[in-house]
Structure formats: C-alpha cells, structure tokens
Design a protein around this ligand. Structure first.
Ligand SMILES: [Zn+2]
Length: 317
C-alpha cells in the first residue's frame, strides 16, 4: 500500500511532498520539504512506520543527509539507528549546527541567509519549529547572529507557521565560532632546532642548519642539554612554545627529537623534517611519510633547508 503523505512527518502532497516507486520492490522515493529526499523500503515498512515514536529525530536524519547530498534508504531495521544520532544532541552542539547552517546559506560574511523555519528546523536537531525559534533567540542573545526585526512587543519576528522566511546573518563573533583561527603563536622569527647533539651531527648543525635558518632571516634556538631520566627539560618545552616553527633532524633516531616534533605539531607549529639519507629507512613508521629533507652533506642540508624555509614558512607569514 502506498502512502499519500510523507511517512515521517505526515506532510501531504498538497504541501509539496512528492512520492514515486523507487524501483526496488515496494520501496518509495520521497521528496519532502521538511524531511528532504529519502527512500523507505522493505516489506510492511509503511504499516510499521505508523507506530514509530522516533519520527521527529528521523526527520532530522533524512533531511540533514539529503542536504549533504546523501540519500538515506530507511528500513524497519535501520530506522531507529538513523534517528538515534539526532535524538540526544547537546544544546551547544545544536547551536553550532545552526551557525553552520546560516554560514552555508549566506555564503559570505555580511550576507544574510534565507531560512524558512517551518521546514528548515530539521536542518539542526530540533523536533519542532518552536524549538528552532528558541535556538534563534539564544544565538541572538549571545550576539552570534544579528537580530531579525522585532514586533511591537519586542518579540523577534521568527515565523513559526506558513511559508515565510527570516533573514539571518552571522555577526563577527558568529563567524569566529564557525571558522576558528588556526592555532598560531610563538615569537615570530624564532626557530627551534630539535636534533641529536653529538660529534657525528655537529657539522650538520654548524655548516647546515644554523646558516640555513639564519640566512632565511630566523634565529635558530638550540638547547644543548642532555635529557635526564628520559624527561625533556622544562627549558626545551618553554622554547618550543616560544618558537614560530621547528627544524627537526632525525639522524640518530633519538626519542627526544620525535617527542619534541610531536609536541610542536600539537601546538600547531610547522615542523620541517630532516634526516641524513643513509638513515631514511630507519625513520619511525608514523612519521616516515613526511616530506623529509634527506641530506648527504651539511652543504646540501644548508641549501635545501634554506629553500624549504623560504617556500613554506615565509609563505605562511
Ligand atoms: Zn516529511
């Protein structure tokens, strides 16, 4: 038996729902303004769907998938699972979804998004248009979204029935939440050098790394201290925090160099990876996919490192 209204939200064909056989047995392909485009398939699924008590969350699932270009094929077996992902959304997560929706629809800062609350409330995890209107009130209160016009009584004019839309645009604080700045920091001009300090690598520093970093206009910071009990001295941690970027040379395969490079990456600093060519096969598997400067002589290291700093670090500035 074919339904004559959207099996999830009960919206009628007069209200814009279209249905056709999906071509797979008794499946139906449904396009609904509220639930998006989805399929309902399987024996008795239409009869059973009448008793589903999770339809508000399922409507969010099908609509958000559809908006992202994905067609959900809903069956008796998977319907609960689809709805669960939208039934316990935290309020602050939903605020994030609303801000992203406005950002996506408005396209560029300064422009407004055209939102139709009566059908668009399922684009975030709301069960009703009233809930959606409450979220709009909260993001306006938090100055993340510019207030739509208010009624004579001071109420925000958010249409909760009919086809009317509301124009919403993000404030700068709203954009900052949607597009957080990449983590930056450190003192411009400082380059921390992580490497094995030994007689074997002395010339790599003195004739390779040190002049390359200086010639590129940065101050190389090297802390020639031994690790004690496998602990990285506080002074090294502080200098990594202070650096703009890091040069890490893995020749000698010291655990401390891996640790320091990982810490720098966690802070969002760029790391330039180097290793003497005869050791390139020994690199730890988690990092050996990095684009290492595999050098053979300090002079080669100097030239290639200089070029790498000029092309990657200076381009970021
Ligand atoms: Zn629907």
């Amino acid at each position: 038996m074919s339904p004559n209204s959207c099996p999830i939200c009960s919206r009628s064909t007069e209200a814009g729902v279209t249905m056709r056989n999906s071509g797979t047995g008794d499946g139906q392909h449904i396009v609904c303004p509220q639930c998006g485009e989805y399929e309902l398939t399987g024996p008795h699924v239409f009869e059973e769907s009448r008793n589903w008590n999770f339809k508000p969350a399922l409507s969010c699932a099908t609509r958000q998938a559809s908006d992202a270009g994905q067609l959900l094929r809903v069956t008796t077996e998977n319907a609960t699972g689809f709805s669960e992902g939208h039934s316990r959304t935290r309020a602050n997560e939903n605020v994030g979804k609303l801000l992203s929706l406005i950002a996506r629809r408005s396209g560029r800062p300064g422009r407004a998004a055209d939102i139709r609350p009566t059908i668009d409330f399922t684009l975030i995890d709301c069960y009703s248009v009233q809930e959606f209107a409450a979220y709009i009130g909260w993001v306006v209160d938090d100055r993340l979204v510019k207030a739509p016009p208010r009624s004579g009584l001071g109420q925000l004019m958010v249409p909760t029935h009919g086809d009317k839309s509301v124009q919403l645009s993000l404030t700068m604080s709203g954009w900052n939440q949607v597009q957080p700045l990449p983590q930056t920091g450190g003192i411009p001009g400082r380059c921390f050098v992580a490497m094995w300090f030994s007689e074997e690598t002395r010339t790599a520093y003195e004739n390779g790394i040190e002049p390359a970093v200086s010639d590129a206009g940065f101050k190389p910071i090297r802390i020639d201290k031994k690790e004690h009990n496998n602990e990285i001295p506080d002074e090294i941690i502080a200098e990594i925090r202070n650096c703009q970027f890091m040069v890490a040379d893995f020749t000698g395969q010291r655990a401390g160099v891996y640790y320091e490079a990982g810490f720098a990456m966690g802070l969002g600093r760029s790391v330039i990876w180097c290793c003497r060519k005869d050791e390139i096969e020994k690199l730890h598997f988690d990092t050996n996919h990095k684009n290492h400067i595999d050098w053979q002589t300090p002079q080669e290291l100097r030239e290639r490192l200089y070029t790498r700093i000029r092309s990657t670090i200076l381009d970021q500035a």
